[in-house]
Each structure stands twice: as C-alpha cells, then as structure tokens.
Design a protein. Structure first.
Length: 694
C-alpha cells in the first residue's frame, strides 16, 4: 500500500515543490562541475536554475519565473475574493476552518521540501501579515536579482569562493518562493470558503450571474498587475505567458499553417485545492467549479491578449472541474464572417494619407505636404474595414505620411476597434502630446510606433529635416506611456547611424519602451537615393542586435530582414514569438491612401483597388499573392534554401534590386508593367544554402 505524502493532490497543487527539487539536483551538478573546473557547464546550469530554460515538456521558468508566478497568483486569488466582498457587502467566514485547511497545506510543504531544501515555515507570519504591495514585490525581486547577477559574475570569473554563496542564494530564492506559494494557498482557501458561504446565502444562480458579469474585469485587472510587476523587474512582456503557466503541466501546440493553437492543462493548483476542501466540507461540485468556469477563462483571455500581438478568438472546450483536464483553443485573427483559409492577414499596414509634416530621405511613399486628391474618404475608409473583416481581424496599423494629419483619425481608430481589430499607429511623434495620447487611448488604440533615428537630437533632426523633431518624438513616447499605450520605437539602419544602434536601444529602454524594431532600407520611394549598408554589415547587425537584446528588457525584431529567422534559429532564440521572416502576401499586405492594395509598403505592385474590387477578392484571387504563397516559385538560392519556409527572403528587395530602374516618385506599378522580379533571390542575403553547394 502506497501512503500519500501530501494531503492535497500532489500533481495538482505541488508542482512548485517538484520544480525546487529538480533545481536542487541541478545545483548539485553545478557544484560537481565546479569541482571538475568545467566552468561552461556550471554557467549553463546556473542560468537554467535561476533564469529558466525552454525545452518542451521540460521547460522550467527558473527561480525568477516561479517567484513572479506566485506573486501574480496571490493577486489573482485576492482579486476574486475582493470582487465578491465589494459586490455583496458580506464579511469573510470564520478563520478557524480556514486555518485547518491551511495547516494541512503547510504540512504538505514541509514534507515535500525537507529532503532537498531546509525551509522554515511560519503559519502565523503568513496569516497575520498582509500581502505584499506591487512596490514591495518589485523591491524583493530586484534585491534577489541583484544578488544573482553579482554571483553570476563571480562564477564567470572562476572564483573558488562561489560554492557557499551558491547554496545561500538558492535557499534565499526557495524560501521566498515557498512563502509566496503559502500566501497564495491562504488566499485560495479563504476565497473558496467565502464563495461557499455566499452560495448558501444568496444562491448559486445569483453568484453565477455576478461572476459572469465581472469576469472580463477580473481577468484584465489581475493580468495588468502581473504585467506591471513583470516589466518593472526587467522581464519582457512576451515572458508573461510562460511565467503565468509555470506551475502547470501543459501540452501546448501552435500551428503556423492553420494559425491556431491548443493549450491543454493537465493540472490546476486552484482546482486541486478546491477539490480537497469540497470533499471535506460537502460543498457541491457546482460551487467548486465556479472559479474554473468563469474566472480562469477570463484570466487566460486577458493574459493572451497582453502577450499576443495579433487578435484572436478563444474557446474553452474542456474545463478541469468537469473533464479532469482544461483545454483552451485559439484562432489567430479569426473573423466570424470569414471563410476558413490558410493565408489571411494577421497584420495590415494602411497608409491613410500621403501627407506629412516632415521630409525624410528614406520615405518609401515619398510623402509630401499635400494629401493625394483621391485619398479614401471617411465612409470609404470604414467600408474598407468592413471588407477586411470579411477576411480576418488583423492588427491594423494606420500609417502615412503622418496619420495624425487626417482629421478623422480618431474616428477611424474607434471604428476599427469596434470591428474587433487591434489598432496600431505609425507616427513620427511630432504631433503627439498628452491630449493626443489620451485621445488615442480612449478611441481604442493598442500600440503606437514612434520613429527614432539617433540617440543624438541634432542627428535625428537633420535626418528628419525638422529642428526639434527628436525632442517631440521623445515627448510623444513619454505621453503615450503615461496613458498606458504600448510603445514601439522604429529605427532605420543607415550608414550614418550604423554605429549607434546600441545607444538608440539604450535610449528606448530608458524611456520604458518595450518593442524595438530595426528597419533595413529597401530601394523604393526616396530610399533609392540613400547609400545602403553592405550585405555583410546587414548580416552582422542582426547577429549583434540579437546578442545585445538578450541582456535587455527590449523585445527586438528586425524588419525588412527576413534572414533574422535563420539567425534566431542558429542562436537558439525562442521562435514561437514570430510567424515567418517575410510575411508579405501571406499574412500581411499594404493599403495605399487611394485604396490600392500591394503586398507590402516596399513592394509597389498594385494588385487591385477596393473601390473596384472587394478586398476579399483581391486577397484570395490576385495571381501575385497566389505566387508569393507558393514557396516552390522562389528563384535562385532562395528557391533551394533549407530556410525558405521560415525566412523567404525579402521580396521587395529582390524586386527593387533586380530592376534597372525603380521609381522614387511613390507611384505604384501595374502587374503587367513590372520592372523587377519579386520572386528572385534576396540579393542582400550572404547565406549560402546547403542544397546549392552540393
């Protein structure tokens, strides 16, 4: 007969202890490696223990990820209880029952950790002390992080005195993780008992109705607090998902071909706790499943909305309370009125006007101080969005020119948000102050990209041909941040700023920017007049930026440089955050101010106009689009490259550099009058495919 070590279900409720045990084994391997003077192995394992590792089923968020997860879960359980208290003006139940269950969980924790981590558990401390504020969580985490960074430097230097300090640091992290897990369980038990009492006094139907009404508010609030702490301690937004899933056993699949994904949870700490109390108190299964049915779904939806750049629709076909496992299914850019298709726009860039208040030398659209005479009217613009919704619900980026020069820009943002699009804006920043930033947020903007071409004000101003434009751009970033708008900095690499990209990244980071996109010149518009960097520098820049990004808070992505996918794969980066290198014609296209459709802003090939054909017809029936979706049609070394499915080469650069002449007037080319070959190999790629060398 096997005697259970724990009172609560170990698989559901105690993965935290299992992770500590696994990390303890890695710590022993670090000590063995140090004794053998194998510094490389010791450094790798150190990183895995404290910072985490992504390895499929064996993924581990590390000490840092676990602590952040349990901090967030405390907030999640507190928020549930507070919502119920505020709504029904009720009092918490008697704590005697609460402490009985809490004592059972505490004995579990002691039993599971005594053999590996000598932790100290203090019931009264956890019960008596209130939960940490966001500021206190940040201070605690930052202190541990600084200790870890200091010891990491000592380890890298090969200092023999590191062994004792390693043990101490491991124990320090473990103790705080355990205390936060205990606090989380305390809040879980308290919330369950309160919910059970409410079910008796007001009835389950009324409780269900309330939880259904506030579930979105619950999800958004809990994820907002978790994100705030995560960003302030120096972790990136895209790490939030892996952090928030760290105490679960998960099967996760994502299909790029189908643009969908499934996330199957095989355990749930909250449900495991509810299940234990339900069995002892005789509470109905219906009550114990309420959190699972309403709040967990809302939390998952809000978390995915925070980390995914694209729109999505989320379903929950299985709930752990009723099926024994919990499953979420999501479809990217799903539109209820659209026909199923493998290729739909995830991102759509729309030059809403050609008018601009600057005269930048690299402008692909050759923007002017005057708008085009035939730019789409407000009603035509809304009709365009209606047409797009018949294909997908993309991230719709309003660009220019300078989009804020359109007098109806807030109306367009509001209309697009109402259609279920994620709304973005690409701006030079000179027209954004506090009032404009607030207006954009209220209209429904999700993200705004602001261009910065130098960390030195005078150099940026010279490049943008406007004195004071750097100061206004920086002011715009600050105003947007103050209004809780996600900000992205766009920088175009030129010979003039090649040596200061690192400084620009530092500036962006100091301003609290999360996303940094590095654009590479494509010979179109006025960009044909600028001397580009060499292909070798182009490749080197991508490698350098990725290497530096690993040590920064910034989420870095090269644009108009699809080779970054090959390089990211070679350096072992997490590829799940990206779809493909070149997505033009596959998951992306551009709308010109007059309604013309092109594969991307830098590939000026007109495929149709929405005044003459429906967007759906152009997207699905254009021969150019069909050809771009056929990877076998690629020519030269791109056609035989083993990376073509994840890279594809830059189709715009292939077109521009395979022609003897390309316009810089900003006009578009008819398909029957093409000057270049958009299927040719990317002339700026230095990689030699394996197939071509055989």
């Amino acid at each position: 007969m096997v005697v259970a070590v724990t009172k609560f279900d170990e698989r559901h409720c105690h993965k935290w202890a299992l992770l500590l045990r696994e990390r303890r084994l890695k710590l022993d391997r670090i000590l063995t490696a140090l004794a053998a003077e194998d510094l490389d192995v010791a450094k790798r394992l150190f990183s895995e223990v404290f910072y985490g590792v992504s390895a499929g089923d064996r993924s581990d968020p590390g000490m840092a990820g676990s602590l952040l997860y349990h901090m967030a879960m405390v907030t999640k359980m507190e928020t549930e209880t507070n919502l119920l208290i505020n709504e029904f003006h009720a009092c918490l139940p008697d704590v005697d029952e609460e402490l009985r269950f809490y004592g059972d969980f505490l004995s579990d924790a002691a039993a599971l950790t005594k053999a590996t981590v000598p932790l100290k558990f203090n019931t009264s401390k956890v019960v008596a002390n209130g939960s940490l504020s966001a500021e206190e969580k940040i201070r605690l985490f930052t202190s541990l992080k600084e200790k870890t960074k200091t010891l990491e430097k000592t380890l890298s230097a090969g200092n023999p005195n590191v062994v004792g300090r390693l043990e101490s640091l491991f124990l320090d992290w473990s103790q705080h993780i355990a205390e936060m897990r205990l606090r989380q369980e305390y809040e879980t038990i308290k919330g369950f008992l309160f919910m059970a009492e409410l079910a008796k006094s007001i009835g389950v139907p009324r409780l269900k109705a309330f939880m259904n009404n506030v579930q979105d508010k619950f999800g958004e609030e809990t994820v907002r607090i978790a994100l705030d702490v995560t960003l302030k301690v120096g972790m990136r937004r895209e790490k939030l998902q892996s952090i928030m899933l760290s105490d679960h056993f998960i099967n996760y699949t994502m299909s790029v071909a189908k643009l969908d994904g499934r996330m199957l949870f095989l355990n749930c700490p909250i449900f495991g706790s509810h299940q234990y109390m339900t069995a002892h108190l005789g509470v109905s299964d219906e009550v114990s499943a309420l959190f699972c049915t309403y709040f967990c779904y809302a939390h998952a939806k809000a978390m995915l909305n925070t980390v995914l750049p694209f729109t999505f629709t989320l379903w929950q076909p299985k709930r752990i309370a009723t099926h024994g496992e919990c499953e979420f299914y999501l479809k990217l850019a799903h539109s209820p009125t659209a026909q199923p298709a493998n290729f739909v726009p995830l991102v759509l860039s729309w030059n809403v006007t050609r008018k601009c208040n600057l005269k930048c030398p690299h402008c692909y659209i050759n923007a002017t101080t005057q708008e085009l005479q035939n730019e789409l009217s407000t009603e035509e613009a809304k009709s365009l969005m209606d047409q797009i919704a018949e294909v997908s619900r993309p991230l719709l980026i309003l660009s220019g020119g300078e989009p804020l020069l359109r007098t109806d820009i807030f109306e367009l943002v509001r209309y697009g948000a109402g259609k279920g699009f994620k709304m973005g804006l690409g701006s030079n920043g000179t027209l954004i102050d506090g009032k404009v930033a607030k207006g954009l947020k209220e209209a429904g903007i999700t993200t705004v990209s602001v261009s910065l071409d130098s960390s030195i004000p005078e150099k940026h101003d010279e490049f943008r041909n406007m004195k004071g434009s750097w100061e206004k751009a920086v002011g715009a970033i600050k105003a947007l941040k103050e209004n809780n708008v996600l900000v992205q900095v766009n920088t175009t690499v030129t010979q003039q700023n090649y040596g200061e990209i690192d400084d620009i990244m530092t500036l962006a980071e100091s301003l609290g920017v999360e996303n940094f996109h590095l654009f590479f010149l494509v010979p179109t518009g006025r960009g044909v007049k600028i001397a580009d960097i060499s292909p070798a520098k182009y490749e080197h820049m991508i490698w350098t930026v990725f290497a530096k990004a690993a040590k920064r808070k910034l989420n870095v992505r090269p644009s108009c440089a699809p080779q970054f996918m090959r390089i990211a794969k070679d350096v072992g980066l997490d590829m799940r955050q990206w779809i493909r290198g070149c997505i033009a014609g596959l998951y992306y296209c551009r709308v010109y101010p007059n309604g013309d459709i092109t594969p991307c802003p830098y590939l000026p090939v007109k495929l149709g106009n929405i005044r003459e054909k429906a967007f759906k017809e152009i997207w699905f029936n254009s021969e150019v689009f069909k050809t771009m979706r056929n990877f076998d049609a690629l020519k030269g070394k791109c056609g035989v490259c083993e990376h073509r499915s994840i890279c594809g080469g830059c189709r715009a650069r292939a077109y521009g550099l395979s022609s003897d002449f390309i316009d810089y007037c900003g006009d578009l080319h008819e398909p029957g009058e093409l000057n270049g070959d958009y299927l040719a190999e990317d002339p700026w790629c230095v990689y030699q495919p394996k197939a071509s060398s055989q």
